[in-house]
Design a protein around this ligand. Structure first.
Ligand SMILES: [Zn+2]
Length: 439
């Protein structure tokens, strides 16, 4: 969930090849599919269902049971999509240099674009039916009533839904939408040449994990500065390419927001979750107004650390000389113990997750940086970490575990159509998990 998730590997912790890492520290994707052949079978099944959905065009006005059939098939497609996408995507993140796997991941993206086209008719066709008619159907049909919120929410967004031609055209454009992110990931991970820096401790290859660990553990400012300059030099050497990728992200968002008739990209981003723009503006103002204690904290850090100048690379080093390591195995006991206030069942489920190969723990060459929790509907959540024995890494695990528990409970207790939570509430359980752990 986090683009800028904290810390990854420890300086001194040797970067191991993936096959040298014991299985209990790696996620087990055979819980999704035993092998690529089963994945292919599901992929073909998904493609058939997408075709069947396209064939429903023109049927909705015939009545409640036709609408229900479309909603149910859409659920089927959605559930299968989770498995087909995540199997390829998580495999890709194990080693982003593997082009065969990346090709399969892109194969799914192409299918998604097809699905977008095959579903583009639905919203405009439904909105042709007056809302009171659909509401009568919802009142009379208990199975359809499950979808009431989703359906009424679409009517709320009516003015930003285009006609069938317009929706079809937008669905064709959607296949380019992930291009800037894909190119960023290729440039920053798959094609990256990690620089080597000479520190007072010797030569270090600056992977993302090693870099973060140096900032968090190396007490010599000149070492941290050398690592910082070398690491950012890596990005600076492609600065125009990164700028151009970011520009593409902005242009993409502007394109979709203008195409749907939103005033700004912010309006477009918030309207789906029905959040007033003022909420975001308030959040920014409140954060700015409350920044002084943080500034004071950093002035204090500068003094306590005895530094003449204070830089970005000085913000992660602990104030006291304390190099305690937090081995992953220790945390496996602390973390479930910390959630006791949430009840036995919550704790039990967390222990099960920690013991069942849901988590990809350590960094390896080609692995995606950062950390996330992936909600694989119908299986269980998976977590990617780059665990490096620092306290920061422990909190990252607590954070991602909060997301995973949220996923687990939401998938278990919500109908599929509402099982995915919105970004606006997503960081509540993850932050709660960190707070409980801190206690
Ligand atoms: Zn998060």
């Amino acid at each position: 969930m986090d683009l800028f998730a904290p810390a990854e590997a420890t300086a001194g912790l040797q970067l191991r090849e993936r096959q040298d890492i014991p299985d209990r520290f790696k996620w087990n994707l055979s819980h999704i599919f035993p092998a690529w052949s089963e994945w292919q079978g599901a992929y073909d099944d998904l493609e058939r269902k997408i075709g069947a959905y396209a064939a429903l065009q023109g049927t909705l006005a015939k009545g409640a049971d036709r609408l229900l059939a479309a909603m149910k098939l859409s659920d089927d497609i959605g559930q299968l999509t989770y498995k087909v996408w995540y199997f390829a995507s998580l495999k890709h993140d194990e080693d982003q240099r593997d082009n065969q796997i990346n090709a399969r991941r892109q194969q799914v993206q192409i299918l998604f674009a097809k699905a977008n086209q095959a579903c583009a008719w639905f919203n405009p066709e439904l909105l042709q039916i007056p809302l009171p008619t659909v509401q009568q159907w919802l009142d009379a049909n208990a199975e359809l009533a499950v979808y009431r919120f989703a359906i009424e929410d679409l009517y709320r967004q009516q003015e930003h839904v285009l006609d069938e031609k317009g929706e079809h055209l937008l669905s064709l454009a959607s296949r380019f939408a992930s291009t800037p992110n894909d190119a960023y990931s290729a440039l920053s991970t798959a094609d990256v040449k990690h620089p080597v820096v000479t520190l007072s401790t010797g030569e270090v290859t600056l992977t993302y994990g090693q870099y973060r660990a140096i900032l968090a553990t190396n007490r010599l400012q000149s070492d941290r500065r050398a690592a910082f300059e070398e690491f950012h030099g890596l990005f600076e050497s492609s600065v125009n390419t990164y700028a151009s990728l970011y520009h593409s992200v902005l242009q993409r968002d502007l394109f979709f927001s203008q195409a749907r008739g939103y005033r700004t990209t912010l309006d477009a981003a918030l309207h789906g979750n029905n959040i007033p723009t003022a909420v975001v503006e308030n959040l920014i103002d409140t954060t700015k107004a409350g920044a002084e204690p943080l500034r004071r904290y950093h002035r204090l850090r500068k003094r306590v650390l005895g530094l003449d100048t204070y830089h970005n690379y000085d913000t992660a080093i602990p104030l006291v000389d304390f190099d305690r390591k937090y081995p992953y195995e220790d945390v496996l006991e602390w973390l479930p113990a910390s959630v006791k206030p949430l009840g036995q069942e919550y704790e039990r489920q967390m222990r099960r997750g920690l013991a069942s190969e849901w988590i990809d723990v350590y960094e390896n060459p080609g692995k995606r940086s950062g950390a996330y929790s992936a909600p694989v509907y119908g299986v269980h959540p998976y977590m990617l970490l780059n665990y490096n024995d620092t306290l920061d890494a422990v909190f990252t695990l607590a954070h991602e575990m909060g997301h995973s528990m949220h996923t687990l409970l939401s998938h278990a207790h919500q109908p599929f159509v509402y099982s995915a939570y919105t970004i606006f509430v997503a960081e509540v359980p993850s932050t709660l998990s960190e707070m409980l752990f801190l206690d």
